[in-house]
Design a binder for this molecule. Structure first.
Ligand code: SF4
Length: 96
């Protein structure tokens, strides 16, 4: 029997997200992000949700894995809100 190995992108694609459109669970102060020299969130987010767009921090909480890594590394406090999503919202992990 041959077992197909899935790539990280394929495994992430198996997860189910219910996005809370009314209340983001992570909120940034982009003026703080603009001053931050290191911008560690660009490198640590396993879902690659932080990107630079024309020099400005771009972030979409919709694919968040709720790992909390960005909250830990954001030493300049550009993340002004980090909570788990409200009940019934967020990620449902599938197959690990
Ligand atoms: S909690 Fe984890 S997955 Fe979600 S935005 Fe932060 S680093 Fe990315």
């Amino acid at each position: 029997m041959t077992v197909k190995k899935l790539s990280p992108e394929e495994l992430l694609g198996l997860n189910k997200f219910v996005v809370d459109e009314e209340e983001p669970h992570i909120v940034l102060d982009k003026t703080v992000c603009a001053r931050c020299q290191e911008k560690p969130c660009l490198y640590v987010c396993p879902a690659v949700l932080y990107t630079l767009k024309e020099g400005e921090m771009n972030f979409d909480y919709a694919g968040c894995l709720e790992c909390g890594t960005c909250r830990v590394v954001c030493k300049d406090k550009g993340i002004i809100k980090w909570t788990y999503p409200r009940g019934t919202f967020g990620i449902a992990f599938r197959y690990g």
